[in-house]
Write a protein that binds this ligand. Structure first.
Ligand SMILES: CC(C)(COP(=O)(O)OP(=O)(O)OC[C@H]1O[C@@H](n2cnc3c(N)ncnc32)[C@H](O)[C@@H]1OP(=O)(O)O)[C@@H](O)C(=O)NCCC(=O)NCCS
Length: 153
């Protein structure tokens, strides 16, 4: 993700979330935060179809923001972007990927479960006092030659 992408990214962000990140926050993540790596998924014409914002902290890949354009959902793009992001994390030396999700967000929970994430905790009122809890989801990151890449089902 580059600064020039932010107009398209913000349109997707505002269309996707009740409490969207603002431009300043994206600028901070793209330019200033040394832990941050943000990615765009594009079509051949370079249109932004989706994006992901992550932090690499030690051996953890933290996925903070993830969305696909509303009119391109349900076509496997979220899975492709997630796979690329997890590959990036593995290449950066991470051993686990973690994120928070609203239990009521069925598409996102489905996406992450399908990718091998499992619920490892609950953060109470994560989205604000009196608001929904968050599930903490994790997936171990292992190269295909290593054993133990998935949680037992
Ligand atoms: C969550 C999101 C990224 C999924 O992207 P997508 O491109 O539609 O996902 P895919 O087409 O790759 O689908 C992958 C899996 O996700 C799940 N899924 C996707 N859409 C779903 C829906 N509407 N209902 C239930 N499960 C769904 C399914 O398990 C699906 O696998 P399947 O096709 O084998 O059933 C997209 O819905 C989105 O941008 N939502 C708004 C932003 C958001 O909630 N981000 C996550 C914050 S934690």
């Amino acid at each position: 993700m580059q600064i020039e992408d932010l107009e398209e990214v913000l349109r997707i962000e505002i269309d996707s979330f009740e409490d969207p990140w603002n431009r300043e926050y994206f600028v901070h993540e793209v330019l200033e935060n040394r832990h941050s790596r943000c990615f765009c998924l594009r079509n051949p014409g370079q249109m932004v179809l989706g994006f992901a914002c992550t932090w690499v902290v030690g051996k953890e890949l933290l996925i903070h923001n993830f969305a696909i354009r509303r009119d391109r959902r349900g076509k496997g793009l979220g899975s492709r972007l997630l796979e690329s992001v997890l590959d990036f994390g593995l290449g950066a030396g991470c051993r686990v990927a973690q994120l928070h999700v609203r239990p009521s967000n069925r598409p996102a929970v489905g996406l992450y479960r399908r990718a091998g994430f499992r619920t490892v905790g609950i953060r109470r009122e994560y989205y604000g006092v009196g608001q929904e809890d968050a599930w903490v989801l994790e997936k171990p990151l292992r190269r295909s030659t290593e054993k133990g890449g998935e949680y037992p089902s």
